[in-house]
Design a binder for this molecule. Structure first.
Ligand code: G1P
Length: 296
């Protein structure tokens, strides 16, 4: 087992579920209240202890990398006007010691393919994967709680970790679903996975525990991904490679303790904006008051 410092965030998707907003602006740059979605996901990774963020992107989505680079003109202007609070908002996004690197995925061949595109940057290290459509909210305010928990479980149990949450039965076909032999999932617990199915038909799923897009994986998964044939949707699926990993080492599903917001869909994105707006330290109280006065 190697030190876990790297996390792969695939951002090369076309964002077809949130068009027309994502025609020119990458969907990861759409804002939930006052921050782009990708910033929440990167902050979660940094707060969980990751030091090397690997974005798998496409050249046209340059705005994502630019958001984490210094913006000298803006910073100088804010400094000269004494706008120190705003200056901190743009200059302190990444703490010292955290690095962002990029790999490119030129063809939309699936999540497994996206992870393989990062292979030269991953090398022989174990690593995590975080899908940026999903925001994780934790009631105690530590939104990295669940990601940190699966990193700890990976080290302690010597088992790959997939974060899961229960979804309504009629939604199983939108997710990877785990089969844990009917195990009862208490929040925070990890259970051995017997098999997993990518996007099973409604009525044909082994459980309603869905993979929410946070994984901790051994470097070995890259070799298995290279052998993985196109699966659901004709894409190279990470789920299929993890299924093959089960024969070699334990794979566990960890039941999250927080909540997810699917910002890759219009409804999820709207709900995230309302909930994060209500909890926002600066505008939350005013927004709640306004909302309470409306007669929709
Ligand atoms: C991907 C994964 C799937 C997972 C989902 C979570 O699917 O392949 O296993 O449940 O993310 O959002 P996608 O949403 O990219 O189709």
């Amino acid at each position: 087992m190697t030190e876990l410092t790297k996390i792969v965030i695939p951002v090369a998707g076309l964002g077809t579920r949130v068009l027309p907003a994502s025609k020119v602006i990458p969907k990861e740059m759409l804002t939930v209240v006052d921050k782009p979605v990708i910033q929440y996901v990167v902050e979660e990774a940094v707060n969980a202890g990751f030091k090397e963020i690997i974005l798998v992107t496409r050249p046209i989505k340059k705005a994502i990398e630019a958001h984490f680079e210094p913006h000298t003109e803006l910073e100088e202007t804010l400094l000269s006007k004494g706008k120190i609070e705003q200056l901190a908002m743009v200059s302190d996004i990444l703490p010292r010691g955290v690095r962002i690197s990029t790999a490119f995925q030129d063809e939309p061949l699936g999540l497994g393919h996206a992870v393989l595109c990062a292979a030269p940057l991953i090398g022989d290290d174990d690593f995590a994967v975080s899908l940026p459509d999903v925001l994780i909210f934790h009631p105690d305010g530590d939104h990295a709680h669940d990601l940190r928990a699966i990193v700890a479980a990976f080290k302690q149990n010597h088992a790959a970790q997939l974060m899961v949450e229960a979804v309504p039965e009629d939604q199983v076909s939108s997710y990877g679903i785990v089969d844990c032999g009917g195990a009862d999932f208490a929040p925070g617990e990890s259970h051995n996975v017997l098999a997993m199915i990518e996007k099973p038909p409604v009525g044909g799923a082994p459980s309603n525990q869905s993979i929410i897009g946070r994984y901790v994986l051994p470097a070995r998964i890259l070799a298995l991904l290279r052998k993985t044939k196109p699966g659901a949707g004709g894409e190279i699926q990470l789920t299929d490679a993890i299924n093959a990993l089960i024969a070699e080492m334990p794979v566990q599903a960890n039941s999250m303790t927080g909540r997810t917001f699917d910002c890759g869909s219009k409804l999820g994105f709207l709900i995230a904006n309302i909930e994060y707006g209500l909890k926002h330290p600066e505008i939350g109280a005013d927004f709640a008051e306004w909302l309470g006065q409306q007669d929709f």
